[in-house]
Design a protein around this ligand. Sequence first.
Ligand code: ATP
Length: 366
Amino acid sequence: MKNPLCCLPFLSGLKEKPLQPNHGSHLPEGLCRQFSLAEIIAATNNFHPHLIIGRGDFGTVYKGTIDDGTVVAVKRRHSKFGGEEFRNESRFLCQLRHPLLVSLIGFCEERNEMILVYEYMSRGRLSDHLYGEGYAPLSWKQRLQICISAARGLHYLHTGTKYAVIHGNVTTRNILLNEEFSCKLHYFGISKLGSFCTSKASRVRRESKIIGTIGYMAPEYAVNGEMTEKTDVFAFGVILFQVLFGRPAEDLSLPQDLRYILEWAKESLREGTIYHAMDPYLKERVAPGCLNKYLEIASRCVHHDRKERPAMGEVEITLELALELQDRADAEMEATNPSTECLYEEALFSASVRNFSAPDRNFAHC
Ligand SMILES: Nc1ncnc2c1ncn2[C@@H]1O[C@H](COP(=O)(O)OP(=O)(O)OP(=O)(O)O)[C@@H](O)[C@H]1O
């Protein structure tokens, strides 16, 4: 079966009757609002340049207003490419409803236009807050909360629907933040359906060329296109290091041996220089017990053998424990020194580095 999404519905909440195709649309009827182009033009003041939020690989995103004043993000495909990604995204998102996923409000396909309308996430991408210019640093607890929510969102995708959903492009660019700095998962352009949720782990092979983001690809995916829930876990492990180090997964400005974050992580764990690698803003602010737990789970997520990587549920629970350890240490510190900021001395860490995966540098730009 080339495209398993054709056999919708796959979500547990939906009634199991065959869905009829919507006239003029690739989406099943009744799952998603269909906007007319006139409505989109009205919402974006005719795609006014002042309303552009940003540009991605396949589309330009505008801030828009619909109906009774609801603010939305409107993504307009800006080239002849990306049609398959737009379709895949809308097929998945119109059936997935969860507080930790950016909601798809509707779509528009008219006169060669392909447009998706999303819930508006006012603070944009996590990547910008970690290493973009001009952003105030996120506190360690904010970072932990974001990681916990993102892990929970992925856990839902892997286990909460009738068929597992493999996100396939888990990156800091695809985690968006709202006004309260709560995060949601974004972008389902290359997602795949996995196996029936009660059966064993999914195994999907990408038949065409490998699509993904350099620096986040699990070795088995980069080598032979094998996608499982554990490829998402691997990418999430990369994110955990990014959150701690405050740097991109691939940084071309660095020397070759430090270009990929996992090489940097491995090196700094082996040499005991983790504090040197950390985002300078976080130095002394992370309690050693919390950091140890965090490094332990991050290291397990990027294990080269996918069977050794934890499931997202375990990742979520371990991160919650890390947050608890931080809270406890802060409370103890505050009790002894009520008037000063909680600052911690450097400690040694035991996180295993032996089984870190080789970075996907050999597959860069494939
Ligand atoms: N729902 C949304 N609410 C607010 N801003 C959004 C929303 N979706 C996207 N954006 C913003 O629009 C810009 C482009 O996002 P988009 O997802 O299209 O591309 P991207 O993040 O560059 O990734 P890619 O390279 O995968 O296309 C980003 O700055 C992003 O923060």
